[in-house]
Design a protein around this ligand. Structure first.
Ligand code: PHE
Length: 492
């Protein structure tokens, strides 16, 4: 039996009721330790009864303690003013000068001479620092001597604060005893054979214990957040697109999306080109011709880009820079069907960009993409879908900013207000696919397609409070972080 438990039992046998706070003082022990020992005594049965109490008291804040020790801000400012006065600008450089100066002025201790550059002078020779004196009284437990209004003022000045202390009033229980028998934790075969178990006392199960970590694999936070996104899309009736090709042709990654062949994103500075196999050649022939036509001469009411479109540029293989390449493939497929059916698609998979690596950028990341193709859908529908999609993530405040993408018009960046960070952050990009893209594929004229893309890493980092992407992905990831991170709910 622990020493402390024994002492508690002895004190309760002498004084009853006995408050745990008084007991802590009596035994010169931390209150938390007393409460801990009390819990273990109670595990032995009805030895001690404990009635919860709450008491409020006033204590000095850190600032209050400073004042009690070194004087109030106003007194320190007063003492910093020499008898001949001092330039106000100089005085104001001292710590806590703003409060100190204004309090000293309203106490009538100082005056401000504004004849030239403002000079602060003493108005009285001596002062009494009542704030310091009062705080010392409170510190000494004489709060009763302080008037209510003064108390309120100190509270406002954050010199004192109210603390709520939980404690217990202890009385003897029905099975009170001065000693504790050791509780058994295991039932052994010997106890069963001898029948000894009947006389022994067993420790209660603690069903609140956290338990040992499971000896099994753990899901990485990115996988958990991915599962959340996938669940949201499925709930909203979206089907998942195939995205199992990291290597893509420039044709599907750029040309099909009406992205001109001179566009800077198609430069090796931004895109990883693949050297083996270097090119793709298998494109739907008549579609390829229509893509060439719309880029070089226009069509469907568009002037096109008016340049010499080259198949060699479209053939270049690359690591896809966005999953919108997969959306393009799916929309083309949809356009080939006899009767158009409204369709909602999503994907969550890896994309690659030739980025300069830093705390928030990697050369590969995951993109979350949603696409809705339907008759006459509008930008209003897109905003409505966002409202529902992000609400399921716990995000209700959204704002949009006009943006530019070669393949969408209009385009909008999506911002959300992050409560935890207390600011607006950009979370994605969106828009309505251009007619130059959709009509070229062969979709009916009045079919519109709204779409959006986000990164998976960004919400994951925010959710798990990480500010360096290397803590989430790559060789420096702390495996214990993966084990510790609970199932993710995207609601905060
Ligand atoms: N492809 C865009 C995202 C996006 C998808 C669909 C429409 C508009 C924008 C990106 O990589 O940022």
């Amino acid at each position: 039996m622990s020493d402390l438990s024994e002492k508690i039992l002895r004190h309760v046998s002498e004084t009853s009721p006995l408050n745990t706070l008084d007991l802590a003082q009596l035994l010169a022990t931390d209150h938390q330790k007393i409460v801990g020992a009390l819990k273990s005594i109670q595990a032995h049965g009805d030895l001690i009864r404990a009635e919860p109490q709450t008491s409020k008291f006033i204590e000095l804040t850190e600032e209050g303690k400073q004042v009690a020790e070194h004087g109030s801000h106003e007194a320190r400012i007063f003492h910093a003013v020499p008898s001949e006065g001092v330039a106000q600008a100089e005085l104001m450089r001292l710590p806590n000068a703003k409060v100190g100066f204004s309090k000293a002025m309203s106490a009538g201790w100082l005056t401000l001479d504004k004849g030239g550059p403002p000079v602060v002078k003493r108005k009285v020779d001596k002062i009494v620092d009542t704030v310091q004196a009062n705080l010392r009284l409170i510190q000494g437990g004489h709060l009763g001597q302080i008037e209510d209004s003064v108390r309120q003022e100190y509270k406002k000045r954050k010199l004192i604060q109210e603390v709520v202390q939980k404690s217990f009033n202890l009385t003897k229980g029905g099975d009170f005893s001065l000693t504790l028998a050791k509780l058994e934790t295991d039932l052994t075969s010997e106890m069963l054979l001898t029948g000894g178990w009947q006389q022994l006392k067993f420790k209660d199960y603690n069903f609140d214990a956290l338990g040992a970590p499971l000896d099994c694999g753990y899901l990485h936070p990115l996988l958990k957040v991915r599962a959340e996104f996938r669940q949201i899309f499925l709930e909203m009736g979206f089907s998942e697109m195939p995205t199992n090709n990291y290597v893509e042709s420039s044709f599907w990654n750029f040309d099909a999306l009406f992205q001109p062949q001179q566009h800077p994103a198609r430069d090796a500075h931004d895109t990883f080109f693949v050297s083996d196999p270097k090119i793709s050649t298998n494109f739907p022939e008549d579609y390829k011709e229509r893509v060439k036509e719309v880029h070089s001469r226009g069509g469907y009411g568009s002037l096109g880009y008016r340049y010499d479109w080259k198949i060699e540029e479209a053939q270049k293989n690359l690591l896809r820079t966005h999953t919108t390449a997969n959306s393009a493939r799916m929309l083309y497929k949809l356009a080939q069907e006899k009767n158009f059916k409204p369709t909602k698609l999503f994907s969550i998979d890896k994309v690659f960009r030739n980025e300069t690596l830093d705390a928030t950028h990697l050369a590969e990341f995951n993109q979350v993409e949603g696409v809705i193709a339907d008759y006459d859908v509008t930008l209003g529908d897109l905003i409505g879908v966002f409202a529902e999609f992000f609400k399921k993530l716990g995000i209700t405040e959204l704002e949009f900013k006009p943006a530019y993408n070669p393949y969408t018009e209009p385009s909008m960046e999506i911002f959300c207000f992050h409560n935890g960070l207390g600011k607006w952050i950009e979370i994605g990009n969106s828009g309505m696919f251009r007619p130059e893209m959709l009509l070229t594929m062969g979709l009916p004229e009045n079919v519109r397609v709204i779409a959006w893309g986000l990164s998976l890493e960004r919400p994951t980092m925010i959710k798990y409070g990480l500010n360096n992407i290397r803590d989430l992905v790559g060789p420096k990831v702390d495996l214990e972080m993966v084990q510790r991170s609970p199932i993710c709910r995207l609601d905060k």
